[in-house]
Write a protein that binds this ligand. Structure first.
Ligand SMILES: [Zn+2]
Length: 204
């Protein structure tokens, strides 16, 4: 796959690959009055060739090029250049912008692998419910909750709380659903699978 661009401030490729700072630092853009494009393409020999593509020459073999990896600013295959002004302008562009051009070339020819994201280590959360019945003396149950539910429970929303409590099992001791929310407790590092809400209710 080849990429074609004009080394001009408002070129889409330039805008995409250079930062605003880098664009503002450019002192010599290609001369818009001289009609040609630059190109990188992957079917190439060694080095980081910056191809010079004159009108109608896209996809043609042996295009003139400048090696950006070891810059001598010499135009290789220069005999295939139709317009001398193109060669001169392209050389000027290369000389004046070797840093950003090398950056573009390296990005193109030697792309780095996408960074692999570290798996997020999640902390399992459990909601702790305390039985309010006198004979139970603060007997508790715990229940796995996800981030969202933990937040909801901690938000002190009474309606939400009452609905939740209705879903809880009866206390094994007093046989009532008389739970009171106390806290959400972090259980340390866990697999995400363990965080599915309401997974278990443990009576302690
Ligand atoms: Zn109870």
């Amino acid at each position: 796959m080849a990429t074609y661009f004009h080394f001009l401030k408002d070129d889409a490729y330039i805008e995409e690959h250079l930062s605003e700072e880098e664009i503002n630092a450019v002192k010599k853009w290609q001369n818009p009055k001289v009609d040609y494009e630059f190109s990188f393409h992957t079917q190439h020999e060694a080095g980081w060739p910056l191809y010079i593509i004159e009108p109608g020459q896209r996809g043609k073999r042996n295009r003139p090029k400048i090696n950006l990896k070891v810059p001598t600013y010499e135009i290789l295959e220069g005999k295939n250049l139709n317009n001398v002004a193109v060669g001169k302008d392209a050389k000027d562009v290369a000389r004046n912008n070797i840093g950003v051009l090398q950056q573009l070339a390296e990005e193109y020819y030697e792309p780095k692998d996408e960074e692999v994201e570290e798996p997020v280590q999640l902390v399992a959360k459990v909601a702790v419910w305390k039985c309010k019945s006198a004979q139970c003396k603060g007997r508790v149950i715990t229940q796995t909750v996800d981030e969202n539910e933990a937040g909801q429970l901690q938000a002190d929303n009474d309606a939400y709380m009452q609905t939740w409590i209705k879903e809880l099992p009866k206390c094994k001791r007093c046989k009532k659903v008389n739970w009171e929310f106390t806290e959400v407790r972090n259980l340390g590092i866990a697999e995400e699978a363990d965080l599915s809400a309401g997974q278990e209710v443990k009576q302690i």
